[in-house]
Design a protein around this ligand. Structure first.
Ligand code: COA
Length: 183
């Protein structure tokens, strides 16, 4: 992580963003998610994309709700910035329904980074920032489910120490690969 972008990347818990910062972040996400270059995010985050792409007011309203339920040790959401501009979303969710093959104590991690900010180390930075929190507050165990063809995400989690744990189908009928992290 030696790139210039990483030096100016930030991973900020929602409860540390004031109203004005949250609004600006929502405006950035809304613009990025309306750009066709980020259409792939819809596949894994349909609800998030539909809400945030609906415009800055809808995005801001949703972010306020998410900030209200943000809780260290519970569901946590983080805004990812590069050079002060919102570029992605990063989540820890211990309440996400787990496949039977996942460790009972592990918390789910998921994220997206928008174009034009990809392939600069920001996704890896955001994941490692969450793993620090996983180590501190979630017993050092995390899991995530990834479509087999999502090479970018698989390489990103394996690079941070996740191991393949088997195949499963989630409650939406999507075939996924389980990846787990143990401190
Ligand atoms: C997966 C995602 C978060 C990666 O973000 P990113 O900022 O581009 O990732 P990084 O630049 O930090 O790359 C980390 C590693 O991932 C791999 N990688 C990233 N993009 C890749 C691609 N398009 N193809 C192959 N490998 C890729 C690389 O191995 C890279 O390590 P390296 O730089 O040492 O080679 C981003 O592509 C994304 O948001 N995708 C859409 C949403 C998604 O799939 N989320 C995860 C679903 S669970």
């Amino acid at each position: 992580m030696s790139s210039f972008e990483i030096d100016i990347a930030e991973h900020v818990p929602f409860d540390e963003l004031d109203d004005e910062q949250l609004w600006a972040y929502g405006a950035d996400l809304s613009t990025l998610l309306n750009n066709g270059r980020n259409a792939d995010i819809l596949r894994d985050f349909p609800f998030v994309v539909n809400t945030y792409a609906a415009g800055v007011d809808a995005a801001y309203e949703r972010l306020l709700e998410r900030r209200d339920v943000h809780k260290p040790g519970g569901r946590m959401q983080f805004a990812v910035f590069v050079g002060g501009a919102g570029c992605g979303l990063s989540v820890i969710a211990p309440d996400t329904p787990k496949p039977d093959i996942a460790p009972v104590e592990a918390a789910n991690v998921s994220s997206f980074i928008c174009e034009p900010y990809r392939r600069r180390g920001v996704g890896q930075f955001a994941l490692r920032q969450r793993l620090i929190v996983i180590d501190q507050l979630y017993g050092g165990q995390a899991w995530t489910g990834i479509r087999a063809e999502n090479e970018a995400s698989i390489r990103n989690v394996v690079k941070a120490g996740f191991k393949y744990g088997g195949d499963y189908t989630n409650d939406r009928g999507t075939d996924l690969q389980l990846y787990t992290y143990h401190r």
